[in-house]
Ligand binder design. Structure first.
Ligand SMILES: [Zn+2]
Length: 307
């Protein structure tokens, strides 16, 4: 299995268009020791030809242009991208679907609740279903395993395990009746049968013992690195929500992910979905050194893992 990180920042990217936090300001001034990043986007393949996107980021068009493996090969209209798996309905995880609207056949795996939010409550997504055999929507049942396949039902060789991580829907969803709390936010574990496995968890509200058990079975862990501290946005903006209120366990502190995931022995541990305010992006700072000393890496756009 090959895993490409096309984007590694949280929503808004780094730098963010309207942000003048110390990180964004220093990056624009050319004095920042660290990399710019586009919004989180991961792509996976088993054979190097048939690719699946994990989520669909608002930066997807530029991310595809920066990734030759994902560009058209034969014919006038063609794409190696066979489909996508949606882990939640956050804008930075679904907006990119609209950029894939040019009548390309795709299979989109999503929970029934997320499918309903997009197809029934947001009719702009009807552009994905203008003609038959454009986008085929396949329901994910959290807790079940499925095979990623093309619209033509060709098996990609990739298996995907899913589990619920949260019960909250994004703010724009409002109070729609009939949405299942278990279907709001998923963790994914992907792999080939009896081969290496990768976990993708860009939004994790809490780490408990069952999650730890799951994560000890994987070889590569891509984990929520959104915020360094629970009050990070409040410190920068003077008001706002805490990391936990936004569904993200912070990296630091006794109850943060660095500490809670310290017991994991097997996986290579990589933070992604890093917010532009997060001080660990600064490679000259103590937070970056602490993360690296704990054996973690911080994903950068363009990274590739061969498992
Ligand atoms: Zn910023």
């Amino acid at each position: 299995m090959r895993v490409k990180i096309l984007g590694s920042a949280a929503g808004g990217a780094f730098p963010q268009w309207n942000c003048a936090c110390p990180n964004c300001r220093a990056l624009r001034a050319g004095t920042f020791r660290g990399k710019a990043r586009t919004q989180t986007q991961v792509a996976v393949t088993e054979d190097g030809r048939c690719w699946f996107l994990l989520g669909a980021s608002p930066d997807l068009r530029a991310q595809i242009e920066a990734t030759p493996e994902l560009q058209p090969r034969d014919g006038v209209r063609e794409s190696p991208i066979a489909g996508a798996v949606l882990v939640n309905a956050d804008i930075d995880q679904v907006l990119g679907l609209l950029l894939l609207r040019e009548l390309q056949p795709l299979r989109i795996h999503a929970t029934a609740s997320i499918r309903r939010i997009l197809r029934e409550n947001n009719n702009i997504f009807a552009m994905l279903n203008r003609v038959p055999q454009q986008v085929v929507w396949t329901d994910i049942t959290p807790g079940e395993c499925f095979c990623l396949s093309t619209v033509a039902a060709q098996d990609s060789g990739l298996h995907c395990e899913t589990f619920s991580l949260n019960s909250h829907y994004p703010m724009y969803v409002g109070r729609s009746a009939g949405l299942s709390p278990q279907q709001s936010s998923l963790g994914l574990i992907l792999g080939v049968s009896s081969g290496p496995r990768m976990a993708y968890l860009p939004a994790v509200p809490e780490v408990d013992s069952s999650l730890l058990e799951r994560l000890e079975t994987v070889d590569l862990l891509l984990f929520d690195g959104t915020f360094w501290s629970d009050d990070e946005l409040i410190k920068v903006l003077g008001s706002g929500a805490t990391a936990r209120e936004m569904g993200h366990i912070p990296v630091s502190s006794e109850v943060g992910s660095l500490q809670k995931l310290k017991v994991l022995r097997r996986p290579r541990k990589v933070f992604l979905h890093v917010n532009n305010t997060n001080p660990m992006l600064d490679e000259s700072g103590p937070e970056y050194r602490e993360v690296r000393a704990a054996g973690w890496e911080i994903a950068e756009d363009g990274w590739r893992f061969d498992l």
